[in-house]
Write a protein that binds this ligand. Sequence first.
Ligand code: PBG
Length: 325
Amino acid sequence: MFPLTRMRRLRRDKFRPLVRQTELDVNDLICPIFVDENIKEPVEISSMPGYFNIPPDMVAEETDCIADLGIPAVILFGIPHEKDETGTHAYGDRDVIQEAVRTIKSDCEKEIIVITDLCLCEYTSHGHCGMVDNDTHEILNDPTLDILGKTAVSHARAGADIVAPSGMMDGMVNAIRCALDDNGFLNTPIMSYAAKYSSGFYGPFREAAKSGFSFGDRASYQMDPGNSDEAMREVELDIDEGADIIMVKPAMPYLDIIYRVKKQFKMPTAAYQVSGEYAMIKAAAQNGWLDEKRVMYESLLSIKRAGADMILTYFAKDMAKLLNE
Ligand code: PBG
């Protein structure tokens, strides 16, 4: 007790690195890329200052730029030239994601892990993550699973290193694992968006992916923000179904979930610092209300401290630059 114990002794600059428990590393970062078939030049996403949708022919260049910073992985989101009720362009061999993966694998100079977001909402005209019953507007779980399996196989065939299902359909990890295995992709890992909340923080992403929905919302398949035991069940089910990496999303408003998931399951755990988290920090920084670099660093460090092994973040490039300095 004071005066014997003085907590401030070790807070002097020279001791801080020695006693610091959590460090961020470039190897923790995963950088999202939005590939948009409808554009010829990069287009800035207005609610995500500094972030751009990229035309397909610039994907290799962008990926090389990310790899040059030492970032080990990208996650690809596709915006197709045409959306329809069943999300046909999610799984064609020549569709936006499949082509983007092939381009990266053939044209990039550096090796980088290519993760593909595996969901239908970017490809369906109604903007939902599954098939829809036109009369009741219900999102149909089981008919969606076949399509997710087919989509996963098309990604793996194009060369995707990891597939990341984000649609929160029951049984999706199992359906995808079976489809991959049946087609010989035994070694393609699944990163499952296991505990994905129905969150207002996805707003800017829906602008980027042009995936606002034509009716309803996603509360019938994404999780209620008030629940945490349910997240444990979701994660456990996905592990049982064969998930290799599990994800919690969003990140900062759900640090308690990241902590519980890591503690309980000890699995490779990813956290997604989503579009709204990025937008908030950017907006405050643009107003001069927050120091952007400092807050970016602190937000990512807190996610890692909570237990995440890897972080999907729109700050990946900026954070890597800062860490490389
Ligand atoms: C697709 C998907 C979404 C995000 C990642 N994958 C959108 C959603 O569920 O509405 C959100 C990512 C972000 O906000 O940065 N299902």
